[in-house]
Design a protein around this ligand. Structure first.
Ligand code: ADP
Length: 551
């Protein structure tokens, strides 16, 4: 769909699925390299586990999880230990295949022996997770929240959260899990794609009824029942910031590999879908992060048996259009270079039917909320819009704008629904960014540009430059540490393309070194002390005179 005949580079590239352009040297791309891999169920669980090891209280919004098959023995032994210490404990677990979506292959279990290890899609690598048995119910139904989050920049970190989201409802009244109801997906799984097939599914014709509602309508209801909605929002903001802090180290490794520093390349931004479950006590729990949240604003309706039609979905439109409109406003290059009079959009919204979108947009005024309107309304006249859309009937649009028209169009748009939360609240959360600093050390020693794994020589250089070996920890011991950890991570890794030590393996090695050196401290202090020592010794190597912390 890339606009054929495009001669000038675009300011904004809008991809449907993932970052995959090696020949973009400027502008902004709506996907980060490696985002899909980073938010997969297993990778996300690993990143959250690392943060839970460092900051158990701060990261208790993510259910305890184990990775299958490699952590099955650990899961079984922890299950037994808990059961022995409290025989009345009757937990439920949810098993989710890695890389699955829309509830695919998910099932609930009461006992580790119920895990299906062979013979089906459910036997793929998976995450087994504590099931949240007491969710908040509305109209006796379980629901979850889909919140849209814009990661506007990785370095410096900039995060925006949409003021409204979607609440997706189950279609059978909820009961706590028992052996009898474990299999009832319409009771336990909130996925729209599953519940749409239930006879009880109600297509919402307003934002506060039916099986998909706006989150703000739920908040109104909670507020009228006396719930502390302000605290709930602040907990949600904190959950989002902490989750992104857990993801950034891995993303930075991918970023430097695809877009090496010092070479011309685009910058990236991405809209993420956060799936959150509220517990009965209103504590938000993270279920997962979606790299490609659906931006559909219509749904299929069966008019007569076998005859389907796409009809607008007011709830989706209310929430999603504002997210895309504001994303485009926030990444608007015109904001940075006011002198520049031309804006080129190559926009292809994967989830909207472009032809309809363009035709409809021509009749829209700039204030109306249609994702393409933002781009279209920058055109000098409707005539120009028509020309642009005729030139590229199916490939999105390429539009020119004049700054005065742009300004008046901007003024006519509704106020921003995306609110900045980082760096706004950076002070409260910066102490959590330890793994980010470990990742910076890792990237520094990667050596060859374009790689994501550290070779043995890179690891040795890291140890030497940071002066971490001594008579108690010889270079031979360093090599053994490298080989042991790397081999283990590579044996369970998904990515076998490159050999060497991946970031998570380096983080594990770093934690080992920190534990050896600063035995008596809690883990996060051990790690932060070692980071400071390494940063200081590397700065000294570069000739800067700093006072290093004592060993
Ligand atoms: P998918 O990507 O397949 O949608 P999710 O992790 O979102 O996988 O899980 C699907 C659904 O299962 C969620 O929307 C939610 O309703 C339910 N669910 C997932 N994890 C839990 C959990 N730990 N506790 C309770 N319900 C859960």
């Amino acid at each position: 769909q890339f606009p054929f005949g495009r001669r000038l580079p675009c300011d904004i590239y809008w991809h449907g699925v993932s970052f995959h352009d090696n020949n973009i040297f400027s502008g902004q791309v709506n996907k980060f390299p490696g985002m899909m891999e980073t938010v997969r169920k297993i990778t996300l669980s690993r990143a959250m586990r690392t943060m839970q090891d460092l900051f158990p209280l701060e990261y208790n919004f993510y259910p305890r999880s184990w990775i299958l098959p490699e952590e099955l023995p650990l899961f079984v032994s922890e299950f037994r230990r808990m059961k022995d210490s409290d025989p009345s404990w009757k937990p439920t677990f949810i098993v989710k295949p890695d890389g699955g979506c829309q509830g695919d292959g998910i099932y609930l279990i009461k006992d580790p022996s119920d895990i299906r290890l062979t013979g089906s899609i459910q036997s793929r690598p998976a995450v087994v997770q504590e099931y949240i048995c007491k969710p908040l119910l509305v109209d006796k139904l379980k629901f979850d929240i889909r919140l849209y989050v814009l990661l506007k920049s990785l370095e410096p970190l900039e995060i925006y959260i949409a003021k409204d989201g979607l609440s997706r409802f189950c279609t059978e009244p909820y009961q706590e899990p028992t052996l009898k109801n474990l299999h009832q997906v319409f009771m336990h799984l909130t996925n729209y794609s599953l519940n749409i097939h239930s006879g009880n599914f109600i297509h919402s014709d307003s934002v506060n009824t039916g099986s998909k509602r706006t989150f703000s309508s739920i908040l109104c209801r909670l507020s009228s029942r006396g719930a502390d909605v302000k605290k709930l929002w602040s907990d949600i903001i904190s959950l989002v910031i902490k989750t992104i802090i857990a993801l950034t180290p891995e993303l930075k490794v991918y970023y430097q590999s695809d877009i090496p520093a010092g070479k011309p390349g685009p910058t990236c931004f991405q809209i993420l879908g956060f799936d959150i479950l509220l517990m009965k006590n209103l504590k938000p729990m993270l279920l997962e992060v979606n790299a490609n949240p659906s931006m559909r604003i219509e749904h299929e309706q069966e008019l007569s048996p076998g005859v389907f039609e796409n009809v607008p979905s007011p709830v989706d439109e209310e929430v999603k259009v504002a997210v895309i409109r504001d994303t485009l406003r926030l990444v608007d290059p015109q904001k940075k270079k006011r002198k520049d009079t031309h804006i080129y959009f190559s926009c292809y919204f994967s989830s909207c039917s472009r032809r309809t979108c363009l035709n409809d947009s021509i009749q829209f005024s700039p204030s109306q909320s249609n994702p393409c309107v933002v781009a279209l309304c920058r055109c000098r006249s409707l005539e120009q819009v028509r020309e642009a859309s005729e030139e590229l009937p199916d490939a999105g649009l390429l539009a020119r704008s004049e700054p005065d028209v742009h300004r008046s169009a901007e003024a006519a748009l509704p106020s921003l629904c995306l609110k900045q939360v980082f760096p706004k609240y950076a002070k409260q959360f910066s102490y959590l960014r330890l793994v980010d600093r470990v990742a910076a050390l890792f990237i520094r020693f990667l050596g060859v540009k374009g790689t994501t794994k550290l070779g043995p020589t890179g690891f040795r250089t890291f140890i030497r430059n940071c002066k971490l070996s001594n008579s108690n920890f010889s270079m031979a011991a360093v090599d053994i540490l490298y080989i042991d950890i790397t081999r283990r991570w590579n044996s369970m890794g998904i990515d076998h393309k490159e050999s060497g030590m991946c970031l998570q393996a380096f983080v594990e090695a770093f934690f080992c070194l920190a534990q050896r050196k600063y035995k008596s401290l809690p883990l996060h202090e051990q790690v932060s002390s070692l980071i400071e020592l390494c940063e200081c010794r590397l700065a000294a190597l570069r000739g800067k005179r700093l006072v290093c912390p004592r060993e």
